[in-house]
Write a protein of this length. Sequence first.
Length: 325
Amino acid sequence: MKAEADPNMIVYFNNEYVPMREARVGILTHALHYGTGVFEGIRAYWEEDEQELFVLRAREHYERWKQNCEILRINVPLETDELCAVTAELMRRNGFRSNLYVRPIAYKSAERIGVATDDQDAFAIVALPFGEYLHADKGLHVGISSWRRIEDNAIPARGKICGAYANSALATDDARRAGFDEAILLNENGQVAEGATCNLFMARAGKLITPAVTDNVLEGLTRDSVMELATRELGVEVVERSIDRSELYVCDELFLTGTAVGLAPVTRVDHRPVREGAIGPLTRRLQELYFQATRGHLPAYRKWLLPVYRDAHAARTAETQQSVA
Ligand SMILES: Cc1ncc(COP(=O)(O)O)c(C=O)c1O
C-alpha cells in the first residue's frame, strides 16, 4: 500500500507543528543529493474497544534512531521521552483514530554542493493513516534478488540510512516486475540477509532460525518482538545464525517481519512451495500472538505500547482538579 498524505495534515518540522504543505526542503539539501539521512518507521494501532491509539515500541524506535543518527553524526536535539511526547501530540492534533505509520527522519540539511558533511542537521516527524503494507492473507511469493545486500563496510544496513534504501528500491523494483511480492537479498557471502524492507525467519525441525545481526541486516524491532513471543509464549527455541539460500527451499515454514509488514507468512520462494504451500502452524500462532500483543490484548506486552489519548486525558483531568482546588 502507498500512503498518500493530506497536505493539511499537521507534521512536526523545524521544531514546530505545521501543516504538511508548509514542510518543504530546498533543492540543494545535502541529504537529497547524498542520501545523508536516517529514518525510522513506527506503527500505531487504533483499538476500537478501548477507543485508544497505541504507538508500538515508540521508545525503542527512537533510541535506535538516535543511535543510528550517530553513525552519520546527525544530531537529534530531543531526548527519547520528548520524541515520544511529540509523536503522541502529533496524533492528537490530527485527531487520528485509525491505524497509522510514523516516519521520523533526520538529515544533513545544508543547501550547497559538496559531499563533505557539517553540523547543519534537521529532523521531522510525520504520522499518517496506513493500512496493510503487503497483502499476505494467503501467503507471499518471494524471489531471491540478483542484487546483493549492502555491506556493513559500505553503508551499514543496521543504520536505516536513506541512501542505503536505493539497494532496497532496486531489489523491490526487480521483484515486483518479475511478479514476486517481496525480494530476499543475499549478502556478499552468498547467505540470506533479509527482505528489501523486512527481516526473515524460517522454521526447521521445530526451531526458529533468523540471520544474525552481523549478516548485514537491520536489527528489526519486530524481529525482536517475535523472538520474545516465540520464546516466552510458545517455548520455541530461536537461533540466530547464517542461512543458506537452499535452506529456504527445504524449510518447514517461512515468514517476514517488519513494522510495516507486521508478521507476513511466505508460502512460495522462487516458484517453489514452502512445504505444502500453505501457511504453517507456528507462523499462524505467532501471527495471532503478535496481533494480540500489538493491540493491547496481552497484559504482559502492554510495556510495548504508548497510549496516545488516555495519558493526555489523565493529564487534563489532573490539571482541572488542581485549578478547582
Ligand atoms: C531493510 C529492513 N529490514 C528490516 C526491517 C524491519 O525492521 P523493524 O521491525 O524494526 O521495522 C525494515 C523496516 O524497517 C527494513 O527496512
